[in-house]
Design a protein around this ligand. Structure first.
Ligand SMILES: Nc1ncnc2c1ncn2[C@@H]1O[C@H](COP(=O)(O)OP(=O)(O)OP(=O)(O)O)[C@@H](O)[C@H]1O
Ligand code: SF4
Ligand SMILES: [Mg+2]
Length: 324
């Protein structure tokens, strides 16, 4: 197997937070990400799913060195990505770009979009000014924005057009890795498919490795080569999307998949409603963090943290009651 583009090993990110409504109380530890490992290969997409607050965006930021890990390592093409904003990190960041949920949070409302696509080339002094302009124009065409839109300001474009500008800006430096954090969830349903198709075309064209975060499991199944399910900061299941969604092994994945009726082949399938309190990363349950809500929990689940291990068919699962 070739060397992965992005290789994440035993990554953890803990935050010190003050208890609610108190500035004086002792700070508590919030475990946003714990012991997360995965890799992304060139031209392949790893999907990251899980309910709100499970640590997806923190994992994305850690992967790009945008936030510092408490422990663990990230390597990009074999080289260590440190959390330090030094010259080497900036050079590496050229090759690792991020696409966020809300294009308006990234784009400058005072500048025409063509200027904003030229900007990364200016920052890295790539070729001469005239060539930069031509390159940016080509990139805007590639993402499907016609010339009449190039000199418009972000607020003069639709949400889908803005996200295309963000993609053009992210791809103008020919990155090798694209981290997409909910890239379509702020868009109108009618244009989500267009942006997804565009992402797939661009990925093929540029042989991009992609970390793709989404709440939309149908899109994840459609575009990802592999999917990792997170629960309270840990990956609890990982595998090929078709297998994983058709036959989820971890009780949490089963509940997640059951919430999307059209993903189930069984017409009589029922949604699994999780009982118990919503997860709180400040007050982690002992043992398996899912045990207070798990229909299969036993006494040992309250004591032992299950390790993500490979089971039949190459699937990885972290559950004490699923063995290879
Ligand atoms: N800078 C921070 N300081 C303290 N806690 C943080 C910080 N950033 C994130 N967290 C906490 O870490 C946990 C994981 O957050 P994260 O944003 O990674 O979740 P997420 O899976 O991306 O959620 P969503 O689906 O809502 O975007 C949450 O409990 C969040 O409140
Ligand atoms: S380890 Fe126990 S509590 Fe955790 S998912 Fe498996 S059965 Fe449920
Ligand atoms: Mg997030």
């Amino acid at each position: 197997m070739t060397r992965p583009l992005l290789d994440v090993r035993a990554l953890a990110r803990h935050y010190r937070v003050r208890p609610q409504r108190s500035l004086l109380g002792r700070p508590l530890t919030l475990k946003a990400v714990s012991d997360v490992s995965f890799s992304v290969h060139a031209g392949k997409t790893l999907g990251l799913v899980g309910e709100s607050g499970c640590g997806k965006s923190t994992t994305a930021k850690l992967s790009l060195g945008l936030t510092t890990a408490t422990s663990g390592q990230v390597r990009f093409d074999g080289e260590l990505v440190s959390g330090r904003r030094n010259a080497r990190w900036r050079e590496m960041r050229r090759h690792m770009q991020m696409v966020y949920q809300d294009p308006l949070s990234v784009l400058d409302k005072r500048l025409p979009v063509l200027t904003q696509v030229i900007e990364p080339l200016d920052i890295f002094s790539v070729s001469k000014a005239a060539e930069r302009r031509l390159r940016a124009q080509d990139m805007l065409s590639e993402v499907g924005l016609t010339q009449s839109l190039w000199n418009r300001y972000p607020h003069e474009l639709s949400g889908g057009q803005r996200q295309r500008v963000v993609l053009a800006r992210a791809l103008i430096l020919s990155p090798r890795l694209l981290v997409c954090d909910e890239p379509i969830s702020a868009l109108d349903v009618s244009i989500q498919a267009q942006v997804i198709n565009l992402l797939q075309d661009l990925q093929q064209e540029h042989k991009l490795g992609m970390l793709f975060i989404s709440h939309d499991l149908k899109v994840v199944r459609q575009i990802c080569d592999e999917v990792a399910v997170m629960y309270l900061g840990r990956i609890v299941e990982q595998g090929k999307p078709q297998d994983l969604f058709a036959n989820p092994a971890h009780p949490y994945t089963r509940a997640l998949v059951s919430a999307i009726p059209t993903l189930s082949r069984d017409k009589h399938h029922q949604r699994i409603l999780l009982e118990g309190d919503p997860p709180n990363p400040i007050n982690m349950p002992s043992g398996c963090a899912f045990h207070p809500r798990c229909p299969q929990a036993s006494a040992s689940c309250r004591e032992m943290i299950p390790v993500l291990q490979t089971v039949a068919g190459g699937r990885k699962v972290a559950c004490l009651h699923i063995t290879s």
